[in-house]
Design a protein around this ligand. Structure first.
Ligand code: ZN
Length: 459
């Protein structure tokens, strides 16, 4: 058992100044107090806030960030031209390459204040499409990267069957992704067993999307998992996906999913960008979480999520960095709020009588993200609380950003003002992984990443 001192500490209900947090080897907070303990404690100082789950990641895409920001021959660059580049990059990746990229990414996430990640992993097979001896080989490499870096992880192996609605045969570029439900469940079981050994690891499932998975297969795999297992799915990200779904079924994607499959609190709907008001209301009431990825959605030109409509039905949200064009809590939440302000031409969309924009965004993201990754002890839990995993992010109280600020505006100052990274220390599942802004293995991980990318991009 160790106790740590912070100058300020955000609990579920208020700030403690100072605050002391104790946790043991299980990585769960055993005590939070304003009073110093009788024995020794470690002085960290700073502003302690709960760590944020990065609920949607495709780790390998970190290696192609910044490579597709030019015009292609296509009449209009779009999600679909970006996807062609992604397929060419995927063709080259070995298990070692994926582990090297994921390790770099997870260090970047930790330094940004993400204490856990939902790894939506669809790259399963060898380069020619043959399954590896261990069908979960690629996924196990991202798990190894999580173990090496100390980030909490929820493995979300992806079921991917088809190229488009109506069971269109998979394309050659998709050969590394494809499984039937039985082989998918083999992968899931390997990961479920591997993550069960670690307090900070979980496994869920991810039927890729309605275009890539049949509704019978969704029901079949959901029937095989425990009642608490997270289920993630891409949905309604692109307008073309909506029109293809309507052409196929007469229903819009979210409408189709809610109509055909039992969607409940275990579900995280990734993007959910294009919903009618009725779809949003029904999806929010189902208890599903909207998994928002504002920087990727902006980069890919997806569209804007309707946050006021979602909040009106008390919908839950979380954030993910998805393609990793940016790995930043500040950018995700700032873009989320600013997109709404630009569209609606007013300010403080996320604010209400209970809290400011920044505080409400952080609280919603902490509770929705933890639930989406199967890490929540209590649904709706926010702030640092006893019993929860010790996922703690410490902000630099001495930074000019916080000059003159009181507790009430710390979160808004962090999220909305300035561009300097303010995270000094991070505890993930009770392990002090980032100290004074650095990860102990970041140099070695970066050297390996440089070598990997030099090789991949010269091929
Ligand atoms: Zn995605």
């Amino acid at each position: 058992m160790a106790t740590y001192h912070f100058d300020h500490l955000l609990t579920a209900t208020r700030w403690l100044s100072p605050g002391y947090v104790s946790f043991g080897v299980d990585g769960r907070i055993s005590k939070i107090s304003e009073r110093a303990p009788a024995g020794d404690y470690v002085n960290v100082g700073g502003i302690a806030v709960p760590g944020v789950a990065n609920l949607h990641s495709h780790a390998f895409q970190r290696g192609m960030a910044g490579l597709s920001e030019f015009r292609t021959a296509a009449a209009q660059d779009s999600f679909w031209t970006w996807r062609d580049l992604m397929y060419r990059f995927v063709d080259r990746l070995s298990p070692d390459d994926l582990e090297a990229i994921a390790s770099q990414l997870y260090v970047e996430m930790l330094k940004a204040g993400f204490t856990s990640v939902g790894e939506f992993q669809y790259l399963h097979h060898d380069r020619d499409g043959t399954p590896f001896g261990n069908p979960a080989e690629m996924s196990l490499r991202t798990l190894a990267a999580a173990e090496a870096t100390g980030i909490g992880i929820t493995m979300l192996p992806v079921l991917y069957q088809y190229a488009g609605f109506g069971e269109q045969p998979a394309r050659d570029e998709q050969r590394r992704f494809i499984n039937d439900p039985d082989r998918f469940l083999d992968i899931y079981r390997v990961l479920d067993e591997a993550t069960a050994r670690h307090d900070n690891f979980r496994t869920g499932i991810a039927p890729h999307s309605l275009r890539a998975v049949g509704e019978d297969a969704i029901r079949d795999v959901v029937a095989e998992i425990a009642e608490t297992t997270p289920i993630h799915m891409h949905i309604a990200e692109q307008e073309q996906e909506v029109s293809d779904c309507v052409a196929f079924s007469g229903l819009r994607p979210v409408q189709y999913l809610l109509d055909r499959v039992e969607v409940d609190e275990r579900w995280c709907l990734i993007h959910a960008t294009h919903m009618t008001a009725e779809e949003a209301k029904a999806a929010a009431i189902s208890g599903s979480i909207a998994g928002l990825c504002p920087t990727t959605e902006a980069n890919l030109g997806d569209g804007l999520f309707d946050m006021p409509g979602w909040r009106a039905s008390a919908g839950a949200i979380g954030i993910g960095s998805d393609s990793h064009i940016s790995v930043s809590i500040v950018e995700e939440l700032r873009w989320l709020e600013y997109g709404q302000r630009l569209r609606d031409r007013r300010r403080n969309i996320a604010a209400d009588a209970a809290g400011s924009s920044g505080t409400n965004l952080l609280n919603a993201t902490v509770s929705g993200g933890a639930r989406a990754l199967g890490r929540a002890r209590v649904s709706g839990e926010t702030g640092l609380v006893a019993g929860a995993l010790a996922d703690i992010v410490v902000l630099d109280l001495d930074a000019p950003t916080f000059a003159g600020h009181k507790q009430e505006t710390f979160i808004d100052a962090w999220l909305f003002s300035g561009n300097s990274p303010l995270v000094t220390d991070v505890f993930a599942g009770g392990v002090h992984v980032i100290r004074d802004g650095a990860h102990p293995d970041e140099e070695a991980i970066a050297i390996r990443y440089h070598a990997t990318l030099s090789k991949l991009l010269s091929e």
